[in-house]
Design a protein around this ligand. Structure first.
Ligand code: GUN
Ligand code: FE
Length: 435
C-alpha cells in the first residue's frame, strides 16, 4: 500500500452526536486520508475516484463504533482485578499498595505494561487515561509500551508522600524532578500525554498538592485524582486538612481544581462542593463498576448532569474489575435504575447516553473534540464488533431480523471482549483478534 494513501471501511455504524444521542447507519461508507483524518462519512457510497488509493475494509456484517475512551484506570492494578472484598481503605492497604510496590521490578513493569495496553485495545479502548506505579523507571516503561501499542495514552506517575508504605513515597523535590523529566521525554510526543497524578488528598502533603496544582497549570496538563469515594476516606481527609471546609476545598485551596482536572468517583459531594467543582469546570469521572465492587455508593449521574457538571466515565481497574468501557457503560445504566428506585426520582440513564459518554462524552471531557465520533476532519479511531458472538443462538440468527439499535442493545448487555475483532487508531489497525 502506498504510504500516503488513505483507508476506509464499509459497515453498520453507530455514531454519537453532539446532542448526546446516537445515529444508526445500517451501512455506512467511512473514508480517511493517509494521516487518519476522516474525509467521507455517508450512507451513500462515495464517487469511485474518491476511493482510489484507499484500502477499503469490507465489514458489512460488523458493527463499528468510535474507539472507546477510558477516563480513569490504574495500569499496575490490572493484575489483581476481580480479587478482594473490602471497602476502599482496607482494599488499598491489603491489595493495591503491595501490588503497586511490585513495579519496582523493571522486568515485571515491562511485561505488565505491554499486557495492559494490549488488553485496552482488545477491549476496544483506543484512548486511555491511567495512573501508573509510583516509580520513575516503571513510568518510562509504561510510556514506551503505550507508544509501541499505538493507542492514545494520557499517563501519570502516581504521587504520594504520606500515609502509604514507605516504598511508595516520593518526596516533593523528587516528584518535581520526575515530572520535569517525564514532561520533556513524552508529553505531546506522538499520541502520549503526561497527566499530573496526586493519588488522593489523604496520601499527599499540602506541599505535594500545591506542586501538582502549580505544575499542571504551568504546563497546561491534565491533573487526575480521587474525590469523595467513601465515607471513611472523606472523614480522614477532613481530619488531615483541618483548615479546609470540604474535600473539594482541599484540592481547590492547593490549586488542583481547574478545567483539566479529572476527579474520580465524586459520589458523596455536598451541594457546596458541586457548586465549587462546577465553577472550576473540573470533570467528575463516574466509575460505577468500582463503586459497586467496593460498596462505595451510587454517583447520581443524571442529577450532576442537570446541575451542569462536566462528566466522564472510567473503568477504575482494579476496583473496577473489567477494563471494558462497554461493561462500564452498562453498569452506569444499571445502577441508575437502582438509584431511581431508591430515591423515588427518575434518575435513569439509558444505553444511548452511556455509549455517548464512553465515546464523544469522554472525548469532550478530555478536550478532544476530534475523537469519539465520526465526522469530516475527525480522527479515524474505531472498533469493529462481531455481534454474532453475543447472539444466544451463537450466530444462527445472523442478525437478519434485528434492527441496528437492537443489535447494539445486545452488544451492550451480552458483549464481551472477544466480540471486538479490530481496533483502529488514526485509520491504522492497531489490534486484530487472532493475529
Ligand atoms: N483512592 C485512592 N487510590 C485509589 C485507587 O487506587 N482506587 C480507587 N478506587 N480509589 C482510590
Ligand atoms: Fe481510581
Amino acid at each position: 500500500m502506498n504510504l500516503n494513501s488513505g483507508g476506509g471501511i464499509i459497515a453498520a455504524v453507530v455514531n454519537p452526536t453532539a446532542e448526546g444521542r446516537l445515529e444508526y447507519f445500517d451501512r455506512a461508507y467511512l473514508l480517511w486520508d493517509g494521516n487518519g483524518v476522516i474525509t467521507y462519512f455517508q450512507s451513500e457510497p462515495p464517487p469511485l475516484e474518491q476511493m482510489a488509493h484507499h484500502e477499503i475494509l469490507l465489514r458489512e456484517n460488523r458493527v463499528v463504533l468510535p474507539g472507546l475512551i477510558d477516563l480513569h484506570t490504574h495500569l499496575p492494578q490490572y493484575e489483581f482485578a476481580g480479587i478482594g472484598t473490602d471497602e476502599l481503605l482496607p482494599w488499598l492497604e491489603r491489595y493495591t499498595y503491595p501490588q503497586e510496590a511490585r513495579f519496582c521490578d523493571d522486568k515485571l513493569a515491562e511485561k505488565a505494561s505491554a499486557a495492559f495496553f494490549q488488553s485496552c485495545l482488545k477491549n476496544g479502548t483506543t484512548t486511555v487515561v491511567a495512573y501508573l506505579a509510583p516509580f520513575l523507571p516503571a513510568a518510562h516503561t509504561a510510556f514506551a509500551a503505550a507508544e509501541k501499542a499505538n493507542l492514545r495514552a494520557y499517563l501519570g506517575l502516581t504521587l504520594m508522600d504520606r500515609n502509604v508504605p514507605a516504598t511508595l513515597v516520593t518526596s516533593v523535590a523528587q516528584a518535581e524532578r520526575n515530572l520535569v523529566e517525564l514532561l520533556q521525554h513524552y508529553h505531546g510526543k506522538g499520541k502520549l500525554q503526561l497527566v499530573v497524578t496526586p493519588r488522593f488528598a489523604m496520601s499527599c502533603s499540602p506541599d505535594l498538592l500545591s506542586l501538582c496544582g502549580e505544575f499542571s497549570r504551568a504546563h497546561n496538563l491534565f491533573l487526575q485524582t480521587h474525590i469523595s469515594e467513601n465515607p471513611t476516606e472523606i472523614a480522614e481527609t477532613l481530619r488531615l486538612f483541618p483548615n479546609c471546609k470540604s474535600y473539594a476545598a482541599v484540592y481547590d485551596s492547593h490549586g488542583c481544581l481547574h478545567e483539566r482536572t479529572l476527579l474520580g468517583h465524586g459520589i458523596h459531594l455536598s451541594e457546596e462542593e458541586i457548586a465549587l467543582i462546577r465553577e472550576r469546570a473540573a470533570v467528575i469521572v463516574h466509575c460505577p463498576l468500582s463503586n459497586t465492587f467496593l460498596g462505595s455508593g451510587i454517583m447520581p449521574y443524571q442529577r450532576y448532569r442537570a446541575q451542569g457538571l462536566r462528566l466522564g466515565l472510567g473503568s477504575d481497574v482494579a476496583a473496577g474489575y473489567a477494563l471494558s468501557m462497554l461493561f462500564e457503560a452498562r453498569q452506569m445504566v444499571e445502577v441508575s435504575k437502582l438509584l431511581s428506585r431508591f430515591s423515588g426520582k427518575d434518575e435513569r440513564a439509558n444505553m444511548e447516553q452511556a455509549i455517548f459518554q464512553a465515546t464523544l462524552g469522554n472525548a469532550l471531557a478530555l478536550e478532544r473534540p476530534d475523537l469519539g465520533s465520526f465526522a469530516l476532519g475527525k480522527r479515524a479511531d474505531l472498533i469493529v464488533i462481531d455481534d454474532s458472538l453475543c447472539d444466544p443462538l451463537l450466530g444462527m440468527a445472523r442478525n437478519a431480523y434485528h434492527t441496528l439499535p437492537e443489535r447494539l442493545s445486545r452488544i451492550f448487555y451480552r458483549g464481551h471482549p472477544d466480540m471486538v475483532r479490530e481496533a483502529l487508531v488514526d485509520g491504522k489497525v492497531v489490534f486484530a483478534a487472532g493475529s
